[in-house]
Design a protein around this ligand. Structure first.
Ligand code: SAH
Ligand code: SF4
Length: 440
């Protein structure tokens, strides 16, 4: 969207007040994010009343939900444009339509068309870039809205992805993340079919790329071939994020995750055996409809067995159209129980995260310095290739931002590491200086 707007002559401004166009780009995965987005749309009414020339658009996954459109029509008539995930390439045309019609334009496609290549793009400058490789999701986990908002899986062809990554590398991007709702099903729909392992092997050959990441993975499609490629690679980062969601077989079955606890643990054992230094992370949902104390204890037990470096933990949130939302009506876990389980889970995970970080003290790691710490301008914040945050004391006489530097880890906390720079940067300065697009 930013790339199309730049071609139309728009440029980023620091806040909504000085904007001619505000696009609220939404996420529908959980109810809390939706409430937040709608609240923000509501707040913008006052600004629109003062400045009628400002255009307000709502985009993203929430627009794909009929409930959102009905809500916006009823309570947010100050919105000028609603468009979805399948027609964002039509943004210039949609904005023209808003000018012509002078009333709320709603244009949301129910299904996705072909993958659109060669759209103009605008990335936050720096050395990190994200590249979509597959759109949509065919998994239909029973709690998840993504297959409804993003449509069926559509992979991009390998040559188009390679071309994009080569162009990025020439521009100085060295830390590339390939993206998809489920990158492990990449390529099954192409002729001839290919897979993520094939793509990573090809991308590894691109000169200038230093770190190659992929997100998000589904355990069911995480193949031994992929494990072997990661184990042998010098570029694919050794961070393996494999969302388990629950440790209970009966919950996994009702979630339609299509693996058992035993299959998942076997996969983790194989990952650990092939990539001993892998950093393991996961996603977990607590309070899925009908989750018993015993089911929850099995999740706790699985965390103790795998010993993840970190976990994203969520309270189950009912989503329109999904089977689990109907079960939530009949057999919900009471709210205080959901909260108590989340707290117990986080306590356990934080303890394990701290222990995992403590084991890194004394090691030297390559760190990409991303910027100044938000809390302290005398400190740099960076990341290891395994996505661990490292804080470094800043030397005001040198600028290390966007550079890869060797760092000795000296301190371990639950959510970050502390370290000191122990050598010269291993990379040239990027030609691209980081200018963040304003995000609210
Ligand atoms: N495609 C990815 C991630 C999708 S959303 C995957 O399959 O792993 C990211 C995470 O949000 C999920 O892993 C899940 O843990 C969580 N999530 C998805 N739907 C949710 C819901 N209805 N309630 C709570 N958490 C949810
Ligand atoms: Fe949602 Fe991920 Fe399941 Fe797809 S694989 S339905 S995106 S949780």
């Amino acid at each position: 969207m930013a790339g199309q707007l730049r071609e139309m002559g728009y440029s980023p401004v620091p806040d909504e007040k000085s904007a001619d166009l505000v696009i609220v780009n939404t996420c529908a995965v959980r109810g809390s994010a939706e409430q937040h987005a709608l609240g923000y749309v509501g707040q913008l009414k006052q600004l629109k009343d003062q400045k009628s020339s400002m255009k307000l658009a709502v985009a993203g996954c929430m627009s794909q939900e009929p409930g959102t459109i009905a809500w916006l029509k009823k309570y947010a008539s100050h919105v000028d444009l609603v468009f979805g995930t399948h027609n964002l390439h039509e943004l210039p045309k949609l904005l023209d339509e808003v000018e012509e019609r002078g009333e709320m334009v709603v244009d949301v496609w129910k299904t996705a068309g072909e993958v659109v290549e060669h759209l103009p793009s605008q990335r936050a400058d720096g050395v990190q870039a994200y590249v979509n490789i597959i759109y949509g999701c065919d998994k239909f986990c029973t709690y998840c809205i993504v297959p409804f908002t993003r449509g069926k899986e559509r992979s991009r062809e390998i040559p188009a992805i390679v071309e994009e990554v080569e162009a990025l590398a020439r521009e100085g991007y060295q830390d590339i993340t390939v993206l998809g709702q489920n990158v492990n099903s990449y390529g099954h729909d192409l002729t001839p079919p290919v897979d993520l392992a094939d793509l990573l092997v090809r991308l590894e050959k691109v000169d200038g790329v230093r770190w190659l990441r992929y997100t998000t993975s589904h355990p069911r499609d995480f193949s031994q071939k992929l494990i072997d490629v990661i184990a042998q690679s010098h570029k694919v980062t050794r961070h393996v994020h494999l969302p388990v969601q629950s440790g209970s077989n009966s919950i996994l079955k009702r979630m339609n995750r299509k693996y058992t606890r035993e299959q998942y643990l076997d996969l983790m054992e194989r990952v650990k055996a092939a990539i001993p230094d892998a950093v393991l992370t996961t996603d977990i949902i607590v309070g899925f409809p009908g989750e018993t104390e015993d089911d929850f204890e099995q999740t706790m037990d699985l965390i103790k067995t795998v010993r993840y470096d970190a976990a994203f933990t969520f309270i189950y949130s009912p989503r329109e159209k999904t089977p689990a939302a109907r079960w939530e009506g009949r057999d919900p876990v009471p709210n205080p129980v959901k909260k108590d389980r989340l707290n117990r889970l986080m306590d356990l995970q934080y303890r394990i995260s701290l222990e995992a970080n403590q084991r890194l003290v004394g090691r030297t790691e390559l760190v990409l310095v991303e910027g100044l710490s938000k809390k302290n301008p005398n400190v740099w914040a960076g990341r290891t290739h395994t996505n661990k945050v490292v804080l470094l004391e800043r030397d005001p006489d040198v600028d290390l931002i966007d550079r890869f530097v060797p760092v000795k880890i000296t301190q371990a906390k639950t959510f970050y590491l502390g370290g000191e720079v122990v050598g010269a940067p291993v990379s040239e300065r990027s030609r691209r200086r980081r200018v963040e697009l304003p995000l609210v």
